[in-house]
Design a binder for this molecule. Structure first.
Ligand code: REL
Ligand code: ZN
Length: 422
C-alpha cells in the first residue's frame, strides 16, 4: 500500500520496527542446554557489571573485597538500595532494569524487590526463554562461545546446542590476546603447539579452529581487540591472524568479527566492570580488509571517535559489514547519532544494533530502547523522501526494516535466515 501522509508514515514505521523479529548477532546468552551459563532473573539483572560500576560511585565507603564476598542476593539488595531507592534510576543501565520489570508486568509502585523475586522462583528456564524471546520479538540469538573455557567445553561435550533459536559464534580472544598463557591450553587439548610458534604450531592452531568450527557450527569467528591494535605488525597476534584466522575463515566461508577498542582491566578490582575503552587506528582496519578482499569482516569499534571513519571505510570495502553500538556506545544519545550517520553514509547496508546481553531478561530493554531510536531515525529519513516526492510503499519499508534487523546479516553471510524455516 502506498503511504500518503506523514502521520501514516510515522505510525507505519513505528509499528513495523516494533513488531519485526530480530536476529541478535552478538550476545553473551546461552541456550538452555548450557545450564547455568545462561543467566536470567532479577538478581542477575541487578548484578550486571554495568550496575556494579555505578554502585561503587555512590558508595565511597564500600570496599571491593566486602562487595565481592557478598552473596549474589546481597549484592543485588545493595545495588537496588543504592541505584533505585536512594537515587533515581535514569542511567541507561538502570532504566533498562525498570523497562524489564515493567515489561514483565510487575507493579513498580511497590518497589518491592522480594515480591519480584518470587516470580523468578516459580518459572522454569525453558518457559522463561520462550516468554522473553516472544516478548522481545527476537527470533535468533547468537551466543559467544569460548573453547578456552573448560566449563563451556564440558557443556559442548555433554549436550552441545540443540535449540535452533540459539546459534554459535567462535570466540578466540585468548588465542590472539593472551598467547603466552593460552598456548598451554591448546597443548592440554592435544594440539602440538609451542609458545614460540615453531614447528607445527600454525598448522595445529588451524586444526584447533577447524575442529571447533565442526563442533559448534559458528556463524563467525570473533575477537575483541585492544585500542592499540595494529595491522600489519611484527607480533604473535598478527602472525596468528595472517597464518591461521584468515585461511580458516576463508576455507570455512565464515566472517572474522573484530571488536576493536577495548582496554581490559583498567580497574581490576571491579572485575568485569573494570574494562574501559580507547581510540583505535582505523588504518589497521583499512589495511586488513583491503588485503583480504575474499574474506568477510564484521567490525564494531568501541570509541565514539572511530565511528565516522569506520563508516567511510565500509563504503570502500564491501567485504566489511559494520555492526552495533557496542557497550559504552549503547546509550540512546549515541545510538541515535551513530545510526543516523551510518544510514546517511551506507543506507541499509549495516547492522545497526546488537544487544550484547549477558542476562536473558535484558533482551527486553536492549531491543525496546534500540528499536525506539532506530524507528525515530528512519521516520526522519523516509519523511525526507516523502517531502521530495518519492513514492513510499509499505512493503518496501517493511523489507528495509527486516534487512536492518537481520536480513543484511544473513545476506552478508551468504546463508538463508534459518528462522524462516522454523
Ligand atoms: O564481547 C565483549 O568483549 C564485550 O561485549 C564484553 O566483554 C562486555 O563485558 C559486555 O558486557 C559489554 O556489553
Ligand atoms: Zn560482548
Amino acid at each position: 500500500m502506498t503511504i500518503h501522509t506523514e502521520d501514516q508514515l510515522v505510525s507505519f514505521i513505528k509499528e513495523t520496527v516494533r513488531s519485526t523479529q530480530v536476529t541478535d548477532i552478538h550476545t553473551h546468552l546461552f541456550a538452555e542446554s548450557f545450564g547455568d551459563l545462561l543467566l536470567w532473573g532479577v538478581d542477575e539483572l541487578l548484578t550486571y557489571h554495568y550496575l556494579i560500576a555505578e554502585t561503587f560511585r555512590f558508595r565511597p565507603e564500600l570496599s571491593y573485597d566486602s562487595f565481592w564476598s557478598m552473596s549474589k542476593r546481597e549484592q543485588a539488595d545493595l545495588i537496588w538500595q543504592t541505584l533505585f531507592i536512594e537515587h533515581s534510576p535514569y542511567s541507561e543501565a538502570c532504566r533498562g532494569v525498570v523497562t524489564v520489570l515493567n515489561r514483565l508486568g510487575f507493579d513498580l509502585k511497590t518497589r518491592d524487590l522480594n515480591a519480584y523475586r518470587e516470580y523468578f522462583e516459580s518459572v522454569s528456564a525453558s518457559d522463561y526463554i520462550d516468554r522473553i524471546l516472544e516478548l522481545a520479538k527476537v527470533k535468533t540469538v547468537v551466543m559467544t562461545n569460548d573453547p578456552f573455557d573448560a566449563y563451556e567445553r564440558s557443556k559442548w561435550a555433554e549436550n552441545g546446542n540443540t535449540d535452533p533459536r540459539f546459534l554459535a559464534a567462535l570466540r578466540i580472544d585468548p588465542l590472539l590476546n593472551l598467547w603466552d598463557s593460552s598456548w598451554s591450553k591448546l597443548a592440554e587439548q592435544g594440539y602440538a603447539v609451542s609458545s614460540d610458534l615453531s614447528g607445527d604450531t600454525m598448522a595445529e592452531i588451524r586444526r584447533f579452529l577447524s575442529d571447533w568450527i565442526s563442533r559448534m557450527n559458528p556463524l563467525y569467528m570473533a575477537v575483541s581487540l585492544p585500542n592499540d591494535f595494529a595491522y600489519p605488525e611484527n607480533s604473535v597476534r598478527v602472525r596468528i591472524i595472517d597464518e591461521c584466522i584468515i585461511p580458516v575463515a576463508r576455507e570455512a566461508g565464515i566472517p572474522f568479527a573484530m571488536m576493536i577498542g577495548v582496554k581490559r582491566k583498567v580497574n581490576p578490582s571491579l572485575k568485569d566492570a573494570g574494562d574501559s575503552l580507547g581510540k583505535s587506528d582505523i588504518g589497521a582496519v583499512e589495511r586488513i580488509v583491503s588485503k583480504y578482499q575474499d574474506v568477510k569482516f564484521l567490525v564494531t569499534m568501541l570509541s565514539r571517535e572511530n565511528q565516522h571513519e569506520l563508516a567511510v571505510t565500509a563504503r570502500k570495502n564491501r567485504n566489511l559489514l559494520i555492526f552495533g553500538c557496542w557497550w559504552f556506545l549503547n546509550n540512546p544519545s549515541l545510538i541515535e547519532e551513530i545510526t543516523r550517520m551510518r544510514l546517511e553514509l551506507l543506507g541499509g547496508s549495516i547492522i545497526p544494533q546488537h544487544s550484547d546481553c549477558r542476562i536473558l531478561d535484558q533482551l527486553l530493554y536492549k531491543w525496546d530502547h534500540s528499536r525506539e531510536i532506530i524507528a525515530k531515525v528512519l521516520c526522519d529519513k523516509y519523511r525526507d523522501l516523502l517531502a521530495a516526492g518519492w513514492r513510499l510503499e509499505e512493503e518496501e519499508i517493511r523489507r528495509d526494516v527486516e534487512d536492518l534487523l537481520g536480513g543484511t546479516f544473513w545476506k552478508f553471510l551468504g546463508k538463508p535466515d534459518p528462522a524462516l524455516n522454523r
